[in-house]
Write a new protein. Structure first.
Length: 523
């Protein structure tokens, strides 16, 4: 195979070059580089003359401070193994010989390449095959995390769209009905650290497989719960099982991919959570007034089963080359180390406040829209959850803008958008309320996507699992506690008092995130 036209027009014999390494002279006082010379063996095609021992010795590459000797070790290497268009290069004892051999190879430009791989072939092997494999892994990982986000959040929050029906069937107040959401999210929060420990033994993705498949079974049982108390227990258990997904997703991403790909994958996972959250609510909400809340939740569960199966099949199996072996120490000691980081601690506190506000808005807005002055039918009021899709867009944009303007600045912008959305939602016009809800949702998911990615990047590799666990606990404590307590505020002072309290909580969250200003924001 001949070199490409862009390479120098020189040829050499197909015969390998025999290299002879000569021990350096101990008696030599000179520190000049050892002399190197080579005389390529005459081609068998052009010469049939027997060569003398002297000429055969001159065919060896002499490295040392003298001429080749009989004690020298002869090494035969194929020249083409490391050939390039500008000359041959190889290493002997860690030293590059290309510069020393340049003169000898210039003299051999009229010899023929008989078995040298083309540059294009080498390029294909080194720059196409491996990236294609990596791209397939990245794509499967992204799709798997997208499916996991859909399955988890559709199941967790589908019940949110049927809270008015639950309240009427079981004679509950809005805050009591919201306990079905809080039970699942608190169960999830309590199991985050145990799942992190389990994942260190069986693997993060394997733990997530077990979780999403088991959650489907518990969701099916919840659809036939005979009483409100049994429903709460099943919701709690379902949340506890699902704790593996949000607890391990960020760390699993960083185990498989890194850099900008990891940020994009984290944003894709958050996008999956928004799609799942919206799908669960939009499926169950309109169906509940027509079929009842049980068949409505059953349909959502079937969707979750399909997403769970997709995750189980798409998620890569086996150990990852990027995975870091867990450090010694108990889970509690690792959690303490995470909380000692001022940035990670601030992110956790802010998350409790921001998530509590967001979940509370979606818990109780349907009750407001079904009451005067709006008096919307339940099926129409449930369509407000379509605004959840605004988070899909904002979370993906957050993945692009965070590296440009910084995660701290982007989170402040997101919180400011939430404050504006809450203020706009004070209107008595349905269209204006929906517009405010879109702004609030987009702002929240920008904050959430940035916080999740920042947590994974900030933590030390061996602590990523526990850093993600702390963030997840904060998220679902805010969802469970804030989503219920703020319902008491609605019952006490109506929507205006609720708006004032939630805006105050958001401002506190923004201030907390700004406290560790001297700490590095990336790592």
């Amino acid at each position: 195979m001949r070199p490409s036209s862009s390479s120098p027009a020189w040829r050499t014999s197909a015969s390998p070059v025999r290299m002879t390494a000569i021990p350096s002279c101990a008696a030599s006082a000179s520190r000049r580089p050892a002399s190197v010379s080579t005389t390529p063996r005459p081609s068998r095609r052009t010469s049939g003359v027997r060569t003398s021992s002297a000429s055969r010795a001159s065919e060896r590459l002499a490295v040392g401070c003298g001429t080749p000797s009989s004690s020298a070790a002869a090494v035969t290497l194929p020249v083409w193994a490391t050939a390039t268009s500008t000359g041959s290069s190889f290493r002997i004892a860690g030293q590059t010989a290309s510069s020393l051999m340049s003169e000898s190879y210039r003299s051999g430009r009229d010899r023929h390449w008989s078995s040298v791989p083309s540059r294009s072939s080498l390029a294909v092997m080194s720059t196409v095959e491996r990236p294609r494999t990596a791209e397939r892994t990245d794509r499967r990982m992204t799709l798997a995390l997208l499916a996991a986000g859909v399955a988890t959040f559709a199941e967790l929050y589908a019940v949110q769209s049927v809270l008015p029906q639950l309240a009427r069937e079981f004679a509950l107040t809005p805050a009591e009905a919201a306990l079905t959401v809080s039970a699942a999210t608190l169960g999830l929060a309590l199991m985050v650290l145990p799942w992190a420990s389990i994942a260190e033994r069986i693997g993060r993705l394997e733990s997530m497989r077990i979780a999403v498949l088991s959650s489907v079974v518990l969701a099916l049982l919840a659809c036939v719960a005979p009483s409100f108390e049994v429903l709460l227990v099943l919701r709690f258990l379902g949340g506890a099982v699902l704790g593996a997904v949000p607890a391990l997703a960020v760390a699993a991403i960083h185990d498989r991919v890194g850099g900008a790909v990891a940020t994009a994958a984290a944003a894709a996972y958050v996008s999956g959570t928004t799609i799942g959250g919206a799908a669960g609510r939009l499926i169950a909400g309109p169906l509940a007034p027509l079929l009842g809340w049980r068949p409505a939740l059953l349909v959502v569960t079937l969707v979750c089963a399909a997403a769970a199966l997709a995750f189980a099949l798409l998620a890569p199996r086996g150990p990852s080359a990027r995975a870091v072996a867990p450090e010694r120490g108990s889970g509690w000691s690792k959690t303490v180390r995470v909380l000692r980081d001022p940035v990670l601690l601030a992110l956790a506190v802010q998350t409790v406040l921001v998530v509590g506000v967001f979940v509370a808005v979606y818990n109780y807005l349907a009750f407001r829209l079904e009451a005067p002055p709006f008096a919307l039918p339940p099926a129409l009021a449930s369509l407000l959850f379509a605004t959840y899709l605004a988070g899909t867009v904002s979370s993906r944009l957050a993945g692009r803008w965070a590296p440009r303007i910084g995660p701290r600045t982007l989170m402040r912008v997101g919180i400011a958008a939430m404050v504006v959305g809450l203020a706009v939602m004070l209107s008595d016009v349905v269209a204006v309320v929906i517009a405010g809800l879109v702004v609030l949702t987009a702002g929240f998911f920008a904050v959430h996507a940035t916080g999740a990615a920042w947590t994974g990047a900030r933590a030390a590799p061996a602590l990523r699992g526990h850093a993600g666990a702390v963030y997840t606990i904060a998220f679902y404590v805010g969802s469970g506690v804030g989503g219920w307590l703020l319902g008491l505020v609605v019952e006490a002072g109506g929507w205006p008092l609720f708006t004032a309290v939630t805006i105050a909580l958001l401002l506190v969250g923004a201030a907390v995130a700004s406290l560790p200003s001297r700490a590095a924001v990336s790592r």
